[in-house]
Unconditional design. Structure first.
Length: 280
């Protein structure tokens, strides 16, 4: 067993590149609608790498605009502010972590799963009259601690993946057994380092255990969304044993069989669109 200490986790997250200021601004104001779109577009345009990644995703098959998007302002006009803010966040995060440095781990599959959970979280939030953009963002970020472990402890994480496969274990169990910590705890440390809102920090920290004190309703939404995503089939993660859905969280979602069937049907439609997008 390779034990990663709390101090090591703190050093790991402090060593990561920080998110662009405009992305931090978006994350800290994700629940606000009164945003100056021209000001946002100008701020993103000052970061050429972020602009390029954002426009690449905006022009992907998933969003299927009739015309080629060439500016951030045009993207907002065609896709809407909510969608473009989500694209910017996704584009920024994908550039923070080195890829292909851990045997058995696929960054493409990781982001595929994160996007799927985000989609289901948004569907649930709409039904529960919770802020859909906040839920989507939390779904996108819920496993971010995995990328810290993969990038900072690649050899050890590869061992955890192998142990997980050999023992038909959940991701969380394998991480705790081999590393002495897990991606939820590391994600919490990263969210704190990056000054995410307390609600977002708790959702990331509690998405496997939403019953923990202070986790909040957002953690329950992401927890149920994660479970539903796994239930829909292979989601790109190495979770050979899917995580169980907490009973209290399931009850709070208000899903009877008919409602669940409707969520699954809507999610499947979104998933098919996502599958066509080679950028994810």
């Amino acid at each position: 067993m390779y034990t990663i200490s709390t101090q090591q986790i703190i050093e790991d997250v402090q060593d990561l590149p920080t998110l662009p200021a405009v992305v931090m601004e978006i994350l800290n104001n994700i629940d606000k609608e009164d945003v100056d779109t021209h000001e946002l577009a100008d701020k993103v345009a000052h970061d050429s790498a972020l602009t390029a990644k954002t426009l690449k995703q905006a022009n992907s098959a998933y969003y299927s605009t009739m015309v080629k998007v060439t500016t951030i302002q045009q993207a907002i006009s065609l896709l809407g502010l909510v969608t473009v803010r989500q694209i910017i966040i996704s584009a920024a995060l994908s550039g923070c972590f080195p890829e292909n440095n851990c045997s058995g781990f696929s960054h493409k599959n990781f982001w595929r799963h994160s996007n799927l959970v985000a989609i289901v979280a948004r569907i649930l939030a709409r039904r529960l009259k919770f802020n859909q953009e906040v839920a989507y963002t939390a779904g996108l970020l819920h496993d971010i601690g995995t990328l810290v472990l993969v990038s900072k402890h690649s050899t050890e994480y590869a061992a955890a993946l192998l142990w997980q496969q050999e023992n038909t274990a959940t991701q969380l169990h394998a991480e705790r057994h081999v590393l002495g910590t897990d991606h939820a705890a590391v994600g919490e440390a990263l969210a704190q380092e990056w000054n995410f809102s307390e609600q977002m920090i708790q959702a990331i920290a509690g998405h496997h255990h939403p019953e923990r004190p202070g986790a909040g309703f957002l953690a329950s939404i992401v927890h149920v969304a994660n479970g539903i995503t796994h239930a829909l089939g292979p989601s790109g993660t190495q979770s050979y044993t899917p995580p169980e859905i907490n009973g209290v969280s399931w009850e709070s979602s208000g899903l009877d069989q008919q409602a669940l069937d409707e969520v699954l049907e809507e999610a499947k439609t979104e998933f098919l669109k996502l599958e066509q997008d080679i950028a994810i």
